[in-house]
Design a protein. Sequence first.
Length: 365
Amino acid sequence: MSQAKVPAWVSVGLIPLLNILLAFFVSGLVFLAIGEDPIEAAGYLIYGAFGYDEGIGYTLYYATNLIFTGLAVSIAFKAGLFNIGGEGQAYIGGLGVGLLCLWFDSSLPLIVIAPLAIIGGALFGAAWAYIPAYLQARRGSHIVITTIMFNFIASSLMVYLMVNWLKAEGVMSPISRTFEESAWLPYMHDLFSPFGLDIGDSPLNMAFILALLCCVLYWGLVWHTRWGYQLRTVGTNPTAAQYAGIDNAKVTIWVMLISGGFAGLVGVNEIMGVNHNLLLNFTAGYGFAGIAVALMGRNHPVGIILAAMLFGALYQGGAELAFEIPTITPEIVVVIQGLVILFSGALENMFKGRIEGFFLRRAAA
């Protein structure tokens, strides 16, 4: 019997690359349809994302949030759960970060506030994920329905708290006071400047390093721990996992807590790293974009980093594109993002059968 297998680089690298190229090809047809040169548009998009220091900084800044939410969605996927609540979990995680900064910014140094804020953001995000996890594990409620519902509850709760309790005095906008500088995460350009390195001013801050550390944590937890094996077993075959003595409900609750914790760290980047105050709508759809990042990254931390950088490039390069070519509106950029999601997610199997069959025939020959 043939034991031929498809090389891993084909499934993880080649097929997603072909899907992305097809998405950009169709995007080129859209540009032609509105009377613009797709080659010129692609040049502006690539230059805006990677052509100069500030553009790269903005790309990595956007990617930081997408790494957090991509990891959140991915680790839930490993247990067979579809956590669509990353937006709400990130929102509440940011609330936790903001409250800690407001309480301690005038009394504690950054070296103490930063770990507290990271832990607080993760705990608040995990707490918001706990109720849907419990309802799924103990009461049979569908995780998709409950997490979507909790997104709306998180949004309403934040509006109530900002308007009635946390708004700064003397301002009309629902925004808190600005934190003291002791509660500001250092920008990367400030960290590199003493060494004579000029990387341009951008919102990129130390939360990017935290995102990379979370990828390492994810990798070690999922593939190099006993609990990670239980997690993957539950996701692959819940019935077999139960017969093997694994507590499926317990795994479900814990993985959702970790998922919510990852999503909650978006607040570290946005609240502590960039805005330096609590405000509404800082999540800006990152929780939902994280679903596409996880799918495109094949639920692997390296793939999630690459997918997050791709979407970060589309965000930043799209802004440059809309600035340089006024006829290309931000809505057209959203169409490009949608096409990437379409071909990398819904149509990911378009080439899969033929390409894998080709390599299987070659291996068996």
